[in-house]
Ligand binder design. Structure first.
Ligand code: 2HA
Ligand code: ZN
Length: 274
């Protein structure tokens, strides 16, 4: 068996390739991380060769000692499936959650994703909030959501309501809503702090004029969440391209009916009268 034949590595590579095929990962755009289960670390332990410790650039004590599979900085999603050893890596965090070291991958040199602080701070929030169930953080350059950040007010309420309206499944798939981070310089701790603050409330966060972050339990659910929100945004872009106002749409009381039947709680702050 090779390292990339382990089930969790195959799942990671398939998701990266699915995102590439959606058109969300031009050049080196986007990044993906997975918090590896301890039994999965054991499965690949014989391949691990620890390198030098490096600073993460933020502190994530809640993730001390954990292992992550992550895409590489400057690496292309397009190449993950053909060249995993050059495009992705597994990292281990130290016992303070302040440093990481590569234990597998980045064969030709390089570092984990430039968005490592955002990924790890989001993982820390989600691990805490879900008793460790959530394991995947995904950043993609989703075309239609990005387009909407140029025309809609950059408010959680507006993006949540608009995306809910464009596809009936949306309020069921992300009932907590979706958050919006105004434009900020990517790659640093500041945008990581803002994003992880939103991850306290939501599983989806939009980065204005840049892309989206999604969090979830596994590859299917996290990819599905990104896909559902982006598809809804595509419908809205099409509608707004045909005419400026909707002739009809789903109304607040209809959302309340839906919530009852599908047994989800839809916060009233998103069901405002327009
Ligand atoms: O290049 O998407 O946000 C990776 C990115 C940075
Ligand atoms: Zn990006």
């Amino acid at each position: 068996m090779e390292f990339w034949e382990a089930g969790f590595v195959k799942g990671f590579m398939r998701m990266a390739n699915d995102g590439w095929e959606q058109g969300w990962h031009e050049r080196n755009g986007g990044n993906l991380s997975y918090r590896v289960k301890s039994e999965e670390v054991d499965e690949v332990r014989k391949y691990l060769e620890p390198r030098e410790w490096q600073p993460i650039g933020t502190s994530v004590p809640g993730l001390a000692g954990e292992y992550f599979l992550v895409t590489g900085s400057g690496k292309f999603f397009r190449n993950v499936i053909t060249c995993p050893a050059e495009s992705i890596c597994m990292i281990e965090l130290d016992d303070k959650g302040e440093n990481y070291r590569i234990v597998w991958g980045m064969k030709d040199g390089g570092r984990p994703t430039s968005e490592l602080p955002s990924h790890l701070m989001n993982h820390e929030v989600k691990k805490n909030k879900t008793d460790g169930r959530y394991r995947v953080i995904y950043h993609a350059h989703t075309t239609n959501v990005i387009a909407l950040t140029f025309v809609l007010p950059l408010e959680d309420q507006v993006f949540t309501r608009e995306l809910w309206e464009m596809a009936t499944e949306c309020p069921v798939v992300f009932p907590e809503g979706i958050g919006v981070v105004p434009w900020m310089v990517p790659g640093g701790r500041e945008i990581a702090v803002e994003t992880s603050r939103l991850m306290e409330k939501y599983d989806l966060a939009i980065w204005a004029h840049h892309g989206m972050f999604a969090a979830g339990e596994d590859f299917d659910l996290t990819f599905g969440l990104m896909h559902t929100a982006e598809k809804s945004a595509e419908i809205l872009v099409k509608v707004l391209s045909m005419q400026q106002t909707k002739a009809q749409t789903i109304q607040p009381d209809q959302f309340r009916e839906l919530a009852k039947d599908f047994k989800v709680t839809l916060p009233e702050k998103f069901l405002y009268e327009k």
